[in-house]
Design a protein around this ligand. Structure first.
Ligand SMILES: [Zn+2]
Length: 163
């Protein structure tokens, strides 16, 4: 078994749709970024790739490559899963903390778990999403953007996880 951590942050940008964990959240400013700005997906990708010591979001999906402009981050997440598969790893579980003053994350947790589980082809019971406010402090408290922390545990498919 191997563990990896991921972190991402994006600035709110009113003109875009808000997508977090592959779920569209209505009536809220979206997130800036080269792809759809899905910081939950990007933090999970970094945790998965980190666990495999296989690079990060930027090295696999460079922001100067037009292929990833406005990309659906669920596609990037699926690709990251394939990077792990090519190294004979699979995701055991993922735990995510989303830090923002708005939107409220709780009402969307189940939909995100189902969507992420679907894309990663693991049970939604292996995916945890937790929302927190920043108690009004700093740039998160001022509502400028969102930060996401993620950890992922992966295991080798070859030897049942001893690697
Ligand atoms: Zn990102």
């Amino acid at each position: 078994m191997r563990i990896g951590t991921g972190y991402d942050s994006h600035r709110f940008e009113g003109a875009r749709e808000l997508v977090l964990g592959g779920v569209h959240i209505p009536d809220h400013a979206g997130l800036s970024g080269h792809s759809d700005g899905d910081a939950v997906a990007h933090a999970i990708i970094d945790a998965m790739l980190g666990a495999a010591a296989a690079g990060n979001v930027g090295s696999h999906f460079p922001s100067d490559d037009d292929e990833w402009k406005d990309a659906d981050s669920m596609y990037l997440l699926a690709r990251a899963g394939q990077v792990l598969e090519a190294r004979d790893y699979r995701v055991v579980n993922v735990d995510v903390t989303v830090i923002c003053e708005s939107p409220a994350i709780g009402p969307h947790v189940e939909a995100m778990r189902l969507r992420l589980g679907d894309v990663l082809r693991i049970s939604s019971t292996s995916i945890s999403i937790k929302g927190k406010s920043n108690e009004g402090m700093g740039w998160i408290g001022a509502g400028e953007g969102i930060a996401v922390h993620a950890v992922a545990l992966i295991e080798s498919q070859v030897d049942g996880g001893s690697a």
